[in-house]
Structure formats: C-alpha cells, structure tokens
Design a protein around this ligand. Structure first.
Ligand code: SF4
Length: 304
C-alpha cells in the first residue's frame, strides 16, 4: 500500500471533517484545496513565521482538523488554545464530535464504558463476535463486520490477545509481525523567552510549521526528516518544562512562571525508525519470558 492508494480516503475524511488548510504548501505535492480556509496565525504562530522569515526558512500554516469557521452544527475555533484538554466548543474534530453523532443519526447504538478484549472466530476462520468488559462483566457481541481501529498499541494488543486453535499466534499474525516495529513519533521541544508579550496559549496548537528538514538530502547527517512547529504548552505543562529543563523549583519556579506570557515553545516532530525492539507484547507473555530468563539466570548463577 502506498500513499496514492490511501489518498482518496484521506481526502474523503478531510471533506467530512471540514479540514482547514492553506492554499499553498511549500514542500511536496499540494493536497488541497481544503474544505475550509486556513487558520489565522495568532500570537506565537506569527512569531514563528517572523523568525523563519528572518532566517530565510519557508514556513506555513498546516492543514488542521479544527474548524476555521462554523459548520451547521459546530462553531469555528475560538482561539483559546485548550485543544489538548478537550475542546469545549467542539471546533476540534474528533470521532466523538463528528462520526459518533453521524452514526447515531443513522441508528447506531453506542455501548459506553466497554472495552473489547478478544475477537472470537468461527469454524470458517472469520470473526464472529467480540468479547468485551462492561461494568466488570464479560459480555459478547456478535456482528457481520468488525473494524479494529484502536491505535498502534491497542490494535496489536487485541489481535495478539485473540488466540485460538486456528490462530495460535493471534489474528492476522501469520507473518509474526503483529506488534513489531512500532513506529510512533518523537516530540521534543525547545522554549525561548522574548522581551515582548507572546501569549503562546492563543490559537490552535501546532498551527505554524516548517518542513524544511522533512525530506532527507545528501549530506544531511541524519536519517529521516522532521517537522518543526509551534507547540503550545499550557501553564501547568510549561511549569513542568521549566522544572525539567532549568531544574528550577519552589520560589524560583513561581518567579519564572510570572514570565509565562513571554515564552514560545517549538516542537520537533520526528519519526522513529522501525526496530525489532519496539514491540507490543502481551504483559502475561512478557512476564513469562522474563520469569524464564530469571530462572535460567538463577540456575546458571547457583549452578543448579
Ligand atoms: S483553540 Fe483549540 S480548544 Fe479552543 S476552540 Fe480552537 S480547537 Fe477548540
């Protein structure tokens, strides 16, 4: 599967969720026009643009799953910057505010507070039902179609946990690769202080970016590329950054926090390389393997 195979589905999702985006993107193929206009560069995002311009680095406002203006059932972004903690106006698109209401309208039934723990296969080898936990009880739900879509950790966990006689290594795991080579993204950040008031909390997070180092060029000296973007740190997160980064605490931390509005935070979003060591395994099996190692170790040490 390559990007071209996936692109029509991305486009469909972008349309349904009314993604906002720029009219021009300086790197790679342009995937717009987007359903909604791009967001305004508020405060820190404008500072980022000015900095890039001064250094001769192209920058832009990225496409966002956040409404830049109202739709018939959701308002546009209010630029208060609480995106990571739950967007009260529901301007930030998510399954909860887009697909779930849509599905309910078409007769879907949601079983809240339920967690699927196993997929059960029938004699013909296809999935027939799921076992889920609800209020401490195990229940079963049959169905015709099952969509396993639970992120790169929960999805392999569920597949591996669905062992049966037909599938002793779990479902979809004939290659033994389920859970292997987990690739998440790195997310380091730097903070900087300005004389002027910046108010980094204003506007959607991660709005302004540069992908000048995203694609690798000969002589770069690193493998794979990265994006640099504005990465809002709300006050509590920011205080943690000061504690970790500057080692300040107590009275000094309070003093430094008084300057919160003068700081910017920029994130560096990179890509993890595939590695056999980045693997999702079931805790029970991991513990069993570790216990076996301990036993071998103990036997060797004590020459048992
Ligand atoms: S800034 Fe973030 S939290 Fe606030 S309305 Fe916009 S998307 Fe929602």
């Amino acid at each position: 599967i390559n990007y071209n195979d996936l692109e029509p589905y991305y486009a469909e999702v972008e349309k349904f969720n009314q993604v906002s985006g720029p009219t021009f993107f300086p790197w790679g193929a342009y995937h717009g026009p987007y359903p909604k206009r791009s967001h305004y560069r508020a405060c820190m995002h404008e500072t980022f643009r000015r900095g890039c311009e001064a250094l001769g680095i192209p920058s832009t406002v990225g496409p966002m799953f956040i409404l830049s203006s109202a739709t018939k059932d959701r308002p546009g972004c209010t630029y208060r910057g609480f995106c990571k903690f739950g967007c009260m106006p529901k301007s930030k698109s998510s399954t909860l505010v887009t697909y779930v209401p849509h599905a309910l309208k078409y007769g879907a039934k949601i079983i809240p507070n339920a967690m699927v723990v196993r997929l059960n296969v029938g004699k013909d080898g296809t999935v027939r039902s799921v076992t889920y936990l609800s209020e401490g009880n195990e229940r079963e739900q049959e169905g015709d179609t099952f969509i396993v879509s639970a992120y790169s950790i929960e999805t392999p966990r569920l597949l591996l946990n669905s062992k049966s006689e037909q599938f002793p290594e779990g479902i979809a795991n004939s290659s033994g690769m389920v859970g292997k080579n987990l690739m998440v993204h790195s997310a380091d950040f730097v903070i900087g202080k300005y004389e002027e008031m910046i108010r980094q909390y204003r506007g959607p997070q991660g709005l302004a970016l540069t992908q000048e180092w995203y694609t690798r060029k000969p002589g770069d000296g690193f493998v794979r590329g990265y994006t640099i973007e504005t990465e809002t740190l709300q006050p509590i997160e920011f205080s943690q950054a000061l504690i970790k980064g500057k080692g300040v605490w107590g009275r000094q931390l309070i003093e430094d926090m008084r300057d919160y509005n003068h700081y910017v935070s920029f994130g560096i979003v990179g890509e993890c390389l595939p590695s056999e060591n980045s693997t999702v395994t079931l805790t029970v099996e991991a513990l069993a393997a570790r216990t076996a190692d301990y036993i071998i170790d103990a036997k060797q040490r004590f020459e048992l």
